[in-house]
Design a protein around this ligand. Structure first.
Ligand code: COA
Ligand code: MG
Length: 291
């Protein structure tokens, strides 16, 4: 999983367009991009769209439901579970307890729909309220349905009253860097993929590429998109380069050839166990590709 493209679920045109974008995951949105009056229509459209594509090749289909404080979450889940999406995205998750709660709700709907228990995965957005930042450590404990962790800045800005999340040079300010970093660390601690947040300036390809490269360098494995044009840039950034794969294979081979010692030398440079672990991670990511 490298790219996850948001598509407002009440737009037939965008739903069809989204499928062609080359994204690994499509997130059919029922939350912030859908007006209150359109929630029911969007639910029905999402369910129909997903059911019609059941068992077909193409991107995995997720649904972003409305958060637990809205009173809409259970109806969202009731509508979409029979269509069997690959997963749901839970916005404004306050802590792992919210994921446990949604997991229990899903369990009921899966049973009603005759679906396998636990089949639908959950990816929470873990930094959208001030309180949620104190709950990030909880995701390091295993929760069966978790498929990754991601973060968001717009709702966090609203929660704390920050007028901007970036400085004049376009760099994230301290609060938002912390939210991003906590997500990365919680995901690593829980052995989960970490997914970087959206880049909203969808005509700025160079800015998106820079942000993708920074995220990939820092250890994120994927990034969310809001426009089809962002997908190829994201996919390229999160696909390990052939030279990196070759280098990682050489590191693994050198450790094997030497009988798996603590440290080896390759071309006059030292490689110890953390280098081996990094090489193995990169090869795992290369193997996973679009999955
Ligand atoms: N998914 C699928 N198709 C999309 C799309 C998306 N996220 N964003 C744009 N498109 C389509 C448009 O419908 C248009 O198709 P058309 O030429 O067949 O009409 C084409 O791509 C080009 O779009 P463009 O004119 O560049 O942008 P726009 O002004 O139509 O849309 C947004 C801009 C921001 C409204 C749109 O990108 C969007 O809805 N993004 C997702 C918003 C969202 O889900 N937000 C919640 C998560 S933060
Ligand atoms: Mg939001």
């Amino acid at each position: 999983m490298r790219s996850l493209l948001f598509v407002p679920a009440d737009s037939e045109r965008k739903l069809l367009k989204g499928l062609e974008a080359g994204a690994d995951v499509i997130i059919l949105d029922l939350e912030d991009s859908i007006a209150a009056a359109n929630k029911a229509t969007a639910r029905a459209m999402a369910a129909e769209f997903i059911a019609a594509r059941h068992g077909m090749a193409g991107p995995r289909l997720y649904v972003r439901v409305n958060d637990l404080t809205t009173g809409l979450t259970d109806d969202d889940l009731a509508s979409i579970t029979p269509a069997r999406p690959a997963g749901i995205m839970l916005p404004k998750a306050q802590s792992a307890a919210d994921v446990e709660q949604v997991s229990a709700m899903l369990r009921v709907h899966e049973a009603r729909a005759g679906a396998e228990d636990g089949a639908i995965r959950i990816m929470p957005i873990i930094t959208e309220t001030a309180l949620s930042l104190f709950g990030t450590a909880g995701y390091a404990s295993p929760i069966a349905r978790l498929s990754g962790l991601t973060w968001g800045s717009e709702d966090l800005s609203a929660s704390i009253g920050a007028r901007a999340s970036r400085d004049d040079d376009g760099r994230l300010t301290g609060v938002f860097q912390m939210a991003r970093t906590l997500t990365l660390i919680a995901a690593a601690a829980g052995g989960l993929p970490s997914v970087d947040t959206v880049y909203t300036d969808f005509r700025d390809d160079a800015g998106l590429k820079r942000e993708c490269d920074d995220a990939e360098r820092d250890g994120f494995s994927a990034k969310m998109a809001i426009h089809p044009a962002q997908v190829p840039i994201i996919n390229a950034a999160f696909t390990p380069a052939p030279e990196a794969i070759e280098r990682s294979r050489a590191v693994v081979a050198a450790f094997e050839a030497a009988g798996n010692p603590g440290v080896v030398a390759i071309d006059g440079k030292m490689y110890d166990r953390p280098h081996l672990r990094l090489a193995e991670r990169l090869l795992a990511r290369a193997d996973a590709g679009s999955h």
